[in-house]
Design a protein around this ligand. Structure first.
Ligand code: NI
Length: 174
């Protein structure tokens, strides 16, 4: 495994549609392992292949949500090749998102509260994931990356973080 460089704006790959994965070969296995290592190192809760400069439809997500008592649940890892969101709940929720490819900025984005993702695992076998809340948001954000869509494209407002992480100045969506 190796760390890969995370591409940031204004790199044009971030606005391109990624290609479907057709070969579940050793190169893909290396890519997925490297994406996982790079996401954990950043650290982040999700990463899409175009963010490491590979225009393929693959994402990694690792997230542990607190349970009802506020206890931290161990993070769960998802590796999804050719992900497709097949169901979006009508119920929406606004939340504040950031992106490893847009350091220093966050934005308020309205997303579906629950979704179903279909795709393939790293060996090409079909998988289906139902996600709610923040996990659903992460999947929507990562699948957007595969279509060249970034959170500012969907945000109601975007602003810059100062060094303390507090809102500093508002910026128009790019
Ligand atoms: Ni992102």
């Amino acid at each position: 495994m190796a760390l890969r460089k995370i591409v940031t704006l204004p790199d044009p790959i971030l606005h391109r549609k990624a290609r479907k994965v057709t070969g579940f070969d050793p190169d893909l296995q290396t890519l997925l392992d490297d994406m996982l290592e790079t996401m954990r190192d950043a650290p982040g809760v999700g990463l899409a292949a175009p963010q490491v400069n590979v225009p393929l439809r693959a994402i990694v997500v690792e997230y542990g949500e607190n349970d009802d008592e506020g206890q931290e649940v161990p993070p769960k890892l998802f590796i999804v090749v050719n992900p497709e969101i097949t169901r979006f709940s009508k119920e929406m929720e606004t939340g504040t998102e950031g992106c490893l490819s847009i350091p220093g900025y966050v934005g308020d984005v309205e997303r579906s509260l629950s979704i179903t993702v279909k795709g393939q695992n790293r060996h090409g076998q079909p998988l289906k994931i139902k996600a709610n809340g923040w996990l659903a948001r992460i999947f929507q954000h990562e699948v957007d990356h595969l279509d060249g869509v970034l959170f500012p494209d969907r945000a109601e407002r975007v602003w810059r973080l100062d060094e303390q992480g507090a809102p500093e100045a508002e910026m128009a969506g790019d």
